[in-house]
Design a protein around this ligand. Structure first.
Ligand code: 13P
Length: 314
């Protein structure tokens, strides 16, 4: 089956109380690790490419890798999304290049301007069968060139604005700032996500898919391995998995994960380098890294509740 849009996935996720994992890909090993997990767990999948990933690996390589994944897994619905498109032109380029979903992130712009550019992307994308994610409120942390706000609690999405934004822009899903943050240093103390905001927007837009960015849990096992084997990641902290699960049962239908993939890969590579200092065959350290990604993603699919849901999303 060819790449699909996120329409059916979100419809089923919303109806049946789970979220679909959206994982960022930058190379072959990361993609293969994710794909091996979803093939075993029979879960729907969103693969995401950022502008940074495309600059690193090139669109043709990434698309070719993803196309192989799609061909080899005809029983799994797979969507491909542009993560954090910053302008209409960027989004247009990704639509033209065959992405089935694009995100326009104009959340730093004033409300009306955010709506205007989102509407422009929606018009272009919908005419070509592509769905659009937009963002309201602002996240913290840093993701490549996307620099977030310092105090996330002051930039939580406003439910009145969320309803107006969706109605006026026509976007297919909305990323709502709810207290999360990109990267490995999300919080200084126990995080408090704005579940009340998610619940209120969910009640006022029944069945409408919300998206949670910055959802990595910064898993202890990987941070500990990194620190044990020469890394330096003190105070790394993510979103507790129980909070991710709770959000996934509510109106959140898409959960973005990048940092946890990076941590799994880095931890395993560091371990191999430390335990076998003479190793210089990339397959011998990228292979274990890929395996760690697979196991981590399998676990995430359980946290999100989407394991076993591939067939209902076809
Ligand atoms: P993390 O940094 O928490 O993995 O979030 C990634 C993300 O939201 C990509 O858009």
């Amino acid at each position: 089956m060819a790449l699909v849009s996120t329409k059916k996935m979100f419809e089923m996720a919303s109806k049946n109380g789970y979220a679909v994992g959206a994982f960022n890909v930058n190379n072959m090993e990361i993609t293969q690790g994710i794909i091996a997990a979803i093939a075993e767990e029979k879960a729907p999948l969103i693969l995401q490419v950022s502008r940074g990933a495309r600059a690193y690996a090139s669109n043709s390589y990434l698309k070719a890798i993803i196309n192989v994944a799609v061909e080899e897994n005809p029983d799994i619905p797979i969507a491909i999304n542009l993560d954090h498109g910053d302008t209409f032109e960027t989004c247009k380029q990704f639509v033209d290049d065959g992405f089935t979903s694009v995100m326009i992130d104009a959340s730093k712009q004033p409300f009306d301007e955010n709506i205007e550019v989102t509407k422009q992307v929606v018009e272009y994308a919908h005419a070509r069968g592509v769905v659009v994610e937009a963002e309201l409120g602002q996240l913290g942390g840093i993701e490549e060139d996307v620099v977030g706000v310092e105090d996330v609690s002051k930039h939580i999405a406003d439910p009145d604005q969320a309803v107006e934004f969706v109605e006026r822009s026509g976007c297919d899903s909305l990323a709502v700032a709810c207290g999360t943050s990109h990267g490995a240093y999300k919080f200084k103390s126990e995080p408090k996500l704005a579940f009340d905001v998610i619940a209120e927007i969910g009640d006022r837009l029944p069945g409408y898919p919300l998206v949670m960015h910055g959802s990595s849990s910064v898993l202890r096992e990987f941070v500990d391995l990194i620190n044990k084997y020469g890394g330096d990641m003190p105070n790394a902290m993510g979103v507790p998995e129980k909070s991710v699960s709770r959000a996934a049962k509510m109106a959140i239908c898409k959960v973005n994960i990048d940092t946890d993939l990076r941590l799994a890969l880095t931890a395993k590579i560091r371990q191999v380098f430390a335990e076998k200092p003479g190793e210089f065959d990339p397959r011998k350290y990228l292979g274990p890294g890929r395996e760690a990604i697979k196991e981590m993603v399998k676990h995430k699919l359980q946290v999100l509740g989407c394991a076993g849901k591939a067939s209902e999303c076809m």
